[in-house]
Design a protein around this ligand. Structure first.
Ligand SMILES: O=P(O)(O)OC[C@H]1O[C@](O)(CO)[C@@H](O)[C@H]1O
Length: 310
């Protein structure tokens, strides 16, 4: 049987993610790093890793360049995650996550990424359109946008997918979220701070409704310990995890996006999509690196997630 069309994940700002384990970080002092991990990251790549683990056929695209871009490519080859990355002249960025298991705290430092030229952007959008034409079941657009790209860069990518009838999930924030809404992404997934920043509204339900009014097909907002809120044309629901887990929350949002994209392609009812997203996201906190989750925790949490219609 031929493989099904993939879920395409797009990471405009790919990264080599460095994770430093520093038990007892002392600010304003010199710190010894106990353990270092380096792997290909950026939100879309993490989403693809989780999708792959869930048994979904995936394809990774985005922009890479320079020796750090080559390291990202090499890392995706072991174990293989199918990629159709596009090479640019600038150097792919690094991100640093400093995990302090004693303080149960993580601090992130995300570099801005390489400057992309207008010619490179035009060539990438043509490359992306060819990937869409080759067939995919859904597109996930995730993460920040590197310097040089227009603020409606995601709007362009959303529109190209929507013109072809391909569902689009968008996970971005700040200056890149609002300009993309008019193109009608099927789902956006801000966290509580991003929702507040985008709308100026403190109430997550009202803020999510405001994003719907601006063109989002549905909004799933992650609310930390209060779980996740889905606001859709079919109704609104909140899902709450049964317990709060301590660990490394980096990548928890990416796992939620992976679960939501499976829900999209499998046409799952919203309460089930939300429960999957909450359980997978919570199980990611127990995993040391973004893009992985704790399988036993996921299975144990899923039946205990409480979903309420609002
Ligand atoms: O594109 P940004 O918003 O800077 O986020 C990128 C970062 O987020 C993570 O995906 C975690 O969500 C890291 O892997 C890191 O690459």
């Amino acid at each position: 049987m031929p493989a099904p069309d993939p879920i395409l994940t797009v990471t405009l700002n790919t990264a080599l993610d460095l994770t430093y384990h520093v038990p007892g970080v002392r600010l304003h002092h010199s710190n010894r790093v106990a353990q270092v991990a380096a792997r290909a990251g950026g939100k879309g790549i993490n989403v693809a890793r989780v999708l792959d683990r869930l048994g979904q056929h995936t394809l990774v695209t985005g922009l890479v360049g320079g020796p750090t871009g080559s390291a990202v490519r090499a890392d995706l080859a072991r174990p293989p995650l199918a990629e159709a990355l596009f090479t640019v002249r600038g150097e792919t960025r690094r991100t640093v996550a400093v995990v302090d298991p004693i303080a149960a705290d993580v601090t992130l430092f995300n570099e801005p990424g390489p400057r992309i030229t207008a010619t490179e952007w035009a060539a990438f959008t043509a490359h992306y359109a060819r990937l869409l034409d080759a067939g995919c079941r859904a597109v996930v657009l995730a993460g920040s946008v590197p310097p040089g790209l227009p603020s409606d860069a995601y709007g362009t990518l959303v529109a190209l997918a929507r013109q072809r009838g391909i569902p689009v999930l968008l996970d971005t924030a700040g200056p890149w979220l609002l300009p993309a809404l008019a193109a009608g992404p099927d789902l956006v997934k801000p966290n509580a701070d991003e929702l507040h920043e985008a709308t100026g509204l403190a109430d997550p339900l009202a803020a999510a409704q405001a994003l719907l009014a601006r063109g989002a097909g549905a909004v799933v907002a992650s609310l930390g310990a209060e779980g996740m809120l889905a606001v859709t044309p079919q109704g609104a629901w909140q899902a709450v995890p049964p317990e709060r887990l301590a660990g490394n929350p980096t990548g928890a949002g990416d796992s939620a996006v992976a679960a939501l994209s499976v829900g999209q392609v499998d046409f799952l009812p919203w309460p089930q999509r939300l429960a999957e997203a909450v359980a997978l996201s919570a199980a990611t906190v127990l995993s040391p690196l973004a893009g992985s989750y704790d399988e036993a925790a996921y299975r144990s949490l899923l039946p205990r997630v409480r979903v309420t219609a609002l």
